[in-house]
Design a protein around this ligand. Structure first.
Ligand SMILES: NC(=O)c1ccc[n+]([C@@H]2O[C@H](COP(=O)([O-])OP(=O)(O)OC[C@H]3O[C@@H](n4cnc5c(N)ncnc54)[C@H](O)[C@@H]3O)[C@@H](O)[C@H]2O)c1
Length: 284
């Protein structure tokens, strides 16, 4: 089981895009850690099913679902009000909802670029701005913004996606600096290739040795991202703010040296076996 092992006792955490994938794993980690998860998403059936599962496993009151589109400012006001109404307080926010695209920069559609930035960056901005009063009221809190490995390095085929994730990284630093006086910590998490609905279609497989372009040799699974998020939400991270935590199997640390086929001698700098670097691309 993932989670912070009671480290999140009593903490109320709003998780956007929490109906599936990394967000669902984070909601599970919150409940497993003794906290209460406010799961929000545009996917109502999946979100409701997850919340029922968590309440069944951890007791009624472990989780609630609220339909919420992160691009809507009134939607954010309603989501925060819902969390406070249901649980009496709010201690954390995980800005996880996201969408991706896999076009080359020179070919990327302008409307789609705007759409991606609207969800991945503007949505995060509105979220941070909107939760501040509730977190202040709680005496402080923790905001975790899900960026990406594509927000740490320039990856091909991530025009809108990479730009938005670099923006999330920058916004997190600004939040850390401005909100520390309110006891609010803001950090960014940068997952590498992780097996979810967003990435499954690019042909990745879970398991040792299945992703050799990454130093650890495999893709991540959602629970591995969720445990890093749970740490940042917890009091164990009380002195951590403005940090960028790569949870990527070493993907952004550097390239794995590979010997050219049939050659002896010193190794060269290798590259991912995927010519497109295996970015999280989506058909959504
Ligand atoms: N899977 C990976 O390899 C990977 C790598 C790096 C970063 N990430 C990031 O992690 C986050 C979660 O991704 P995932 O892999 O779980 O993808 P996913 O597609 O499985 O989940 C994304 C969730 O966000 C929701 N969402 C999308 N637009 C929304 C909107 N406007 N309002 C509210 N909810 C919305 C979706 O309904 C979905 O439930 C994203 O921000 C993604 O960019 C994922």
């Amino acid at each position: 089981m993932t989670g912070a092992g009671g480290q999140l006792d009593g903490k109320v955490v709003l998780v956007t895009g929490g109906a599936r994938g990394l967000g669902a794993a984070v909601a599970r980690a919150v409940a497993a850690g003794g906290g209460r998860a406010v799961v929000t998403d545009v996917l109502v059936a999946e979100g409701t099913a997850l919340v029922e599962e968590l309440n069944g496993e951890y007791g009624d009151g472990a989780a609630r679902f609220h339909r919420h589109d992160v691009t809507s400012e009134p939607g954010w006001e309603a989501a925060v009000a819902f969390a406070v109404r249901e649980f009496g307080r709010l201690d954390g926010l995980v800005n996880n909802a996201g969408t991706s695209g896999g076009e080359l920069l020179a070919e990327a559609d302008v409307a789609r670029f705007r759409e991606i930035v609207e969800v991945n960056l503007v949505g995060v901005f509105i979220g941070v701005k909107t939760v501040v009063p509730a977190l202040r009221e709680a005496g402080g809190g923790s905001i975790v913004n899900i960026s990406s490995a594509a927000g740490l390095t320039g990856m091909a085929r991530t025009a809108g996606y990479g730009a938005s994730k670099w923006g999330v990284r920058g916004l997190s630093k600004i939040g850390a600096v401005e909100l520390a006086e309110a006891g609010i910590r803001v950090n960014s998490v940068h997952p590498g290739m992780t097996y979810t609905d967003m990435t499954a279609h690019v042909g990745i497989e879970v398991g040792a040795g299945k992703y050799p372009g990454t130093p650890l040799g495999r893709v991540g699974v959602p629970q591995e991202i969720a445990s890093a998020v749970a740490f940042l939400l917890s009091d164990a991270a009380a002195y951590v703010t403005g940090a960028e935590l790569a949870v990527d199997g070493g993907w952004t640390a550097g390239l794995v040296p590979q010997r050219p086929a049939g050659r002896q001698g010193p190794v060269g700098r290798g590259r991912s076996p995927r010519s497109d670097t295996g970015n999280p691309v989506s058909r959504r």
